[in-house]
Design a protein around this ligand. Structure first.
Ligand SMILES: [Zn+2]
Length: 297
């Protein structure tokens, strides 16, 4: 069976070239997945509806994005200009994770080629995250009764503070974040489980900590899992402070995906962050998520 992967050309928003965010990676990743025969054809998402978005965001915030009326200070907090293209991208990438989550329920595994905007919270965005796609999709699965007990396993180098904020009073969604202590955000939120890592941690220690925690997570019962597979844990990342090698990132993805797949728990994989100094490497690292999922099917 072929891995269902969701992609839309509009994931590549038009922003100034001097913006530090490597927005072109979404297009390059889609191309890479096709060229390497990991994916033959993408599922095309629709824009996420306001009804679906408002399960996780305030109407005021959604409208400020939709109408491009967001205060300039709040735009700066996000790091993207709120222009037509960024607005379109924010709605369609969130729709992408919602679609991928539905596909995961049907096929046990599915991925988006974007998503993991884990710094966005109820009434504001931050750190290159406009809408919290994973939170929206998790609430979607719950409201549609496709799943009740949901895990968000977030291995991006930065804490998934938006997820923990949105679900802090929700006992059905367990937020797990394993991140570097000294990385953004300076003020951490409280996830159900936070694992803080010291600077410069290498493969072996990281993988050992991950394995121990997977054992802990396996004591719970989940109907669905969201995996935020940020590759900013790589040693050559501009923003991360850990020292994982290519093999380390690959092994990490493999461990997570195999664990839940072997237990027949549907897993929806999303990209998370990645700011590698080498663009080609960045795309290759992001593709490990899809490659390791495809291998299972
Ligand atoms: Zn990150």
């Amino acid at each position: 069976m072929e891995l269902p992967v969701v992609n839309h050309p509009d994931y590549v928003a038009k922003i100034n070239d001097d913006n530090k965010f490597p927005i072109k990676k979404f297009g390059a990743l889609a191309e890479y997945l096709i060229n390497k025969n990991i994916v033959k054809k993408f599922y095309i998402p629709k824009e996420c509806s306001v009804d679906t978005l408002k399960t996780s965001h305030s109407i005021k915030y959604i409208e400020n994005i939709k109408n491009k009326t967001l205060d300039i200070k709040l735009q700066k907090k996000i790091g993207f200009p709120i222009n037509d293209s960024v607005v379109r991208r924010s709605f369609v990438a969130t729709g992408g994770t919602v679609l991928a989550s539905k596909l995961a329920m049907d096929f046990k595994l599915a991925c988006n080629t974007a998503g993991g905007s884990h710094h966005a919270t109820y009434d504001f965005g931050a750190g290159y995250c406009v809408f919290n796609d994973v939170a929206v999709a998790a609430n979607y699965l719950k409201n549609k009764k496709y799943a009740k007990n949901i895990l968000i396993i977030d291995l991006d180098v930065h804490q998934g503070n938006g997820n923990s904020e949105i679900f802090k009073n929700d006992k059905d969604v367990l937020t797990f974040s394993m991140h570097c202590t000294s990385n953004y955000p300076a003020k951490k939120s409280l996830s159900d489980i936070d694992i803080e890592l010291r600077d410069n941690m290498e493969d072996k220690e990281y993988i050992n900590i991950l394995k121990k925690n997977i054992t802990v997570l396996n004591q719970y019962k989940f109907d669905a899992v969201f995996y935020v597979a940020g590759v900013d844990v790589h040693f050559n990342d501009r923003l991360g402070k850990l020292k994982l090698t290519d093999e380390g990132v690959n092994l990490r993805d493999q461990i997570v995906i195999e664990n839940f797949f072997s237990k027949k728990i549907p897993l929806c994989g999303v990209l998370g962050g990645g700011y590698n100094k080498e663009f080609k490497k960045l795309v290759e690292l992001h593709s490990l998520l899809h490659k390791n999922c495809a291998k299972m099917l």
